[in-house]
Design a binder for this molecule. Structure first.
Ligand code: HEC
Length: 143
């Protein structure tokens, strides 16, 4: 009986590996804020290290992101992140949408809600210093 349950579990674990869980990752899209000529290098590097994996179409997947069920959880975060605020689609946003996103960004970053703690837990370098928070908010508010 125990052996059957273990075999069944193993089968399920193997089977779920074939369920697509991660949204596609592409090359830098033309409308990406990261391609703006006036984007300061410092802002670009903060966005890349702390936000890009969840808020762009150019997500870099770590090896463990490919293993189900972790992949379901990470894939869902990235889908939601892209939906709410997508650096890759920035230039397609209407002026009103940009203004609204900038307000939200300032709030989320000030309150240290972004980057998500579940992300900085594994990506220590993504944690923002007070100085980086200031640089990021000041730049977006200048747009
Ligand atoms: C691990 C993935 C992840 C990382 C990294 C991350 N975010 Fe998010 N972010 C999300 C998710 C998921 C949501 C939507 C749900 C929520 O608000 O919690 C979100 C929501 C937001 C929103 C709100 C948009 C709205 O419409 O409500 C903003 C703004 C934002 N993030 C900015 C940032 C910035 C700036 C960074 C980097 C400093 C960052 N995020 C890093 C996953 C992430």
């Amino acid at each position: 009986m125990k052996k059957k349950i273990l075999l069944l579990l193993l089968f399920v674990l193997v089977a779920i590996q074939f369920v697509p869980a991660l949204p596609e990752s592409t090359a830098e899209p033309q409308d990406s804020i990261l391609l703006r000529k006036d984007l300061p290098g410092e802002v670009a590097s903060i966005l890349k290290k702390s936000c890009n994996d969840c808020h762009s179409n150019t997500t870099h997947w770590p090896w463990y992101a490919h293993i189900a069920p972790v992949s379901f959880w990470i894939g869902h975060h990235v889908e939601e992140g892209r939906e709410h605020f997508n650096l890759s689609d920035w230039e397609q946003y209407t002026p009103e949408r940009k203004a609204h996103k900038i307000e939200e960004l300032a709030e989320e970053v000030k309150e240290e809600e972004m980057p998500l703690p579940s992300y900085t837990w594994l990506h220590h370098q993504a944690k923002l210093t007070d100085e980086e928070r200031h640089v990021l908010i000041t730049y977006f508010e200048s747009l």
